[in-house]
Structures are given as structure tokens and as C-alpha cells.
Design a protein around this ligand. Sequence first.
Ligand code: SAH
Length: 226
Amino acid sequence: MERDKMFVEHWQDRWDQGKMSWHEFEGNNNLKQNFDIFVNGRKAVKIFVPLCGKTLDMKWIAEQGHTVVGVELAEKAILEFFTENCVPFKRKHVLMLPAGELFKSLDGNISIYCCSIFDISQDVLGLFDGIWDRGSLVAINIDDRQRYVSLMLSLMAPGCNCLLESFIYDPTNRNGPPHPIDDDTLEEIYGTTCKIQHLSKSNSLREQQLWGFDPIIKRLSLITLK
Ligand code: SAH
């Protein structure tokens, strides 16, 4: 429990100090370029964005006609998401989630739960048709990875596509997050229950410049229940 509190404080400090080097001011290109594969022609599906920060991807996905549910522990991130994007919202208490609060757009298309991802369960959120995992699995402490993956698996409806962006680099070059995840590790954590397809692998120039070493590979993977 103490350890959990330490991580919560770490992230809250980063938001308080405005240190969000991961934030993409124009949203994520991989998501836009692979969106057809992700939703697979389905209309009005339910998409989960774990550890959502204030990513513009939530707004973009909602604009494509889908419903978005995010989870984020920093209230500041959620408030900035709604105010910076001029999306009117209301706050609600959730009976099943005494440790958290729900922030919901008035049109009902975007819901963001303010709590730790580990406070969440299928009972609270139901099942999803898609999971957009960018800056999420890679941000989770390595000791909590399996717990996180079990949760994601429990939230996947039949036919759910999990689109995952992650990095491959030599861990001796830098301490995460984002933590690197090589192909074998990904196979280890998702491979038993899921089929993993790598859609792309490319040199990540942004991170190479930011962190000052190379190679850093950005990989996009499609994970589906077997
Ligand atoms: N997916 C977003 C944010 C990535 S950074 C994007 O692409 O921009 C990781 C985010 O997860 C941070 O905003 C941090 O505050 C949040 N976070 C970290 N641990 C969390 C946890 N256990 N539960 C919920 N949110 C968490």
C-alpha cells in the first residue's frame, strides 16, 4: 500500500510541476493511421483509454462516433482535458468506486474516472470493444505489470482489439517510465491468452532526441483474445 502511495505521489508531482514530456499536442499518429484496423469497421463501439492523462486521442476517438472511457489518477489532468478542449462536463460520485470520482462530458461520450487503475474492475466499467494503450502499460511499474495485464484481459469483450504502443531500448541506458518491453516480454505477459501482431516498428526520433541515445524503437502491436 505504501508503495502504491509513492507512485501516486510521483505522478501527481509531475502534473503539478507541468512535467509531461509524454503529452502529444496533436494527438497520436499511430492511432489515426491504424484506426480502421483498430475498430475493424464497427460503429459506435466502446473504447478504453487506461492511464489517459489528457490525451487528445480521447476527443478524436469520440469525434469518430465512439464512446470513450478513461482512467487517470491526477485530477489536474482530467480538468485540463475538459477545459483545454472546451468540452462541458459534470462530476459524479460513483457508488461502486468510493475512492474515485467520475468526470463525464455532457453529451455522455467521454467518461474519465479519477482513481488508480487498480481501483477499477469489470464491475465498474463493463467490457470494451477496444483498448488504446499508449503510455500506459509502459508507465506501470514492472512489479505491477502482470496485475495490470490481468485487469486489461478482464475488460476485453469478445472481439476486442487492444492497440498497444510501446518502446524497445536497452534498459541500461535509462530508467523508465516509459519502461522498454521487448518482443519476448510482451509474448510472456500477453501471449498465453492473446494473439500479438506487430503492425509497425520504427526508430523513434522524438525519444532519441529527448533521451539522448539510440536506438529506441517504437512498436505498434495489435493484441486480440485467442
Ligand atoms: N496515455 C496518456 C498519458 C501517458 S503518461 C498519453 O498518451 O498522453 C501516464 C499517465 O498515467 C499519467 O498521466 C499518470 O498520472 C497516470 N497514471 C500513472 N499511474 C496510474 C495509475 N496507477 N492509475 C491511473 N493513472 C495512472
